[in-house]
Design a binder for this molecule. Structure first.
Ligand SMILES: C[S@@+](CC[C@H](N)C(=O)[O-])C[C@H]1O[C@@H](n2cnc3c(N)ncnc32)[C@H](O)[C@@H]1O
Length: 214
C-alpha cells in the first residue's frame, strides 16, 4: 500500500496474522476468520468492501457512520462494518442467510437485520433513518444501478455510496466492461461517480464504485 493511500476508518487496522498483514476489526468472530487478542481478520477475498479498502479506494469512511447495507447475506462483511460504524441497517431478502445474520447481530447491539427486498425501499422506509452517511450495496441482482438509485432517499446529500457491481448479475454473457459502463451510466441519474476500481484481484468481474448523491 502506498504512503498516500487514504486512512483506514477508526476501528479498522492492519495487523499481522500468521505473518501476513491483513485488515481487521474488533468484535466477535462470524465466519471462522482468524482472531488475535479481540481482533478479527477481514477477508478481502470474501468481502467486496474489504477488497475496496485493501486496494486503497477512498471510501470516505472515518468510523462511527450510520450505514444502510444492502445485500447483507449471512453477515460476513456487515459484521465488520458494524464493528467500526454506528447504527447499521442490514437488508437481505433471502431467509436462509438471515438465520446466520441474526447470530452476527446477537453480540452487536447497533446492527439491525431487515428481511427485506432492496428493490422495494418503501417496505423498510419506516425503520431506516434518513440521512444515513453511507450506503453499502452488494446485491447479486439484475438492475444494480436501479437499486442504488431507489435507495438514494436514505442517504445524506454529502453521503457516500460504496457499491460493488457484479457484471454477471446483469448479463452472464456480456463483456464485463460494457456492463460496468452501462451500470455507471444508469447510476449517474442520481449520483456523481467519484472513483471506480476493478476488484478482480479479489473478486472476478466486479467493479468497486464510490459515489455521492447529485
Ligand atoms: C454477494 S452476496 C452478498 C455478500 C455480502 N455482502 C458479504 O460481503 O458478506 C449477495 C446477496 O444479495 C442478496 N440479494 C440479491 N437481491 C437482493 C434484493 N433484491 N434485496 C436484498 N438482498 C438481495 C442475495 O440474497 C445475496 O445474499
Amino acid at each position: 500500500m502506498s504512503d498516500d493511500a487514504p486512512a483506514l476508518p477508526a476501528g479498522v487496522e492492519r495487523r499481522a496474522f500468521d505473518g501476513r498483514e491483513r485488515l481487521c476489526t474488533r468484535g466477535e468472530p462470524v465466519y471462522g476468520e482468524p482472531t488475535d487478542d479481540g481482533w478479527r481478520a477481514w477477508d478481502a477475498g470474501r468481502s467486496k468492501l474489504g477488497a475496496m479498502l485493501s486496494l486503497g479506494m477512498d471510501t470516505g469512511l472515518a468510523g462511527g457512520e450510520t450505514v444502510l447495507y444492502l445485500g447483507a447475506a449471512n453477515g460476513t462483511t456487515v459484521s465488520h462494518v458494524a464493528d467500526f460504524a454506528g447504527p447499521t441497517y442490514a437488508v437481505e431478502f433471502s431467509p436462509r442467510p438471515v438465520r446466520d445474520l441474526l447470530d452476527a447481530c446477537e453480540p452487536r447491539p447497533r446492527l439491525f437485520p431487515l428481511l427485506k427486498d432492496a428493490r422495494r425501499p418503501e417496505t423498510y422506509a419506516h425503520v431506516v433513518e434518513r440521512d444515513c452517511d453511507v450506503l453499502v450495496q452488494d446485491v447479486a441482482t439484475r438492475g444494480q444501478a436501479d437499486v442504488a438509485v431507489r435507495n438514494r432517499q436514505f442517504l445524506a446529500d454529502d453521503g457516500r455510496l460504496l457499491l460493488a457491481v457484479k457484471a454477471r448479475s446483469e448479463d452472464v454473457a456480456a463483456d464485463p466492461d460494457e456492463v460496468f459502463a452501462a451500470v455507471l451510466d444508469d447510476l449517474r441519474e442520481a449520483y456523481e461517480v467519484l472513483e471506480t476500481r476493478s476488484l478482480d484481484r479479489f473478486h472476478e468481474d466486479h467493479l468497486g464504485v464510490v459515489a455521492t448523491p447529485k
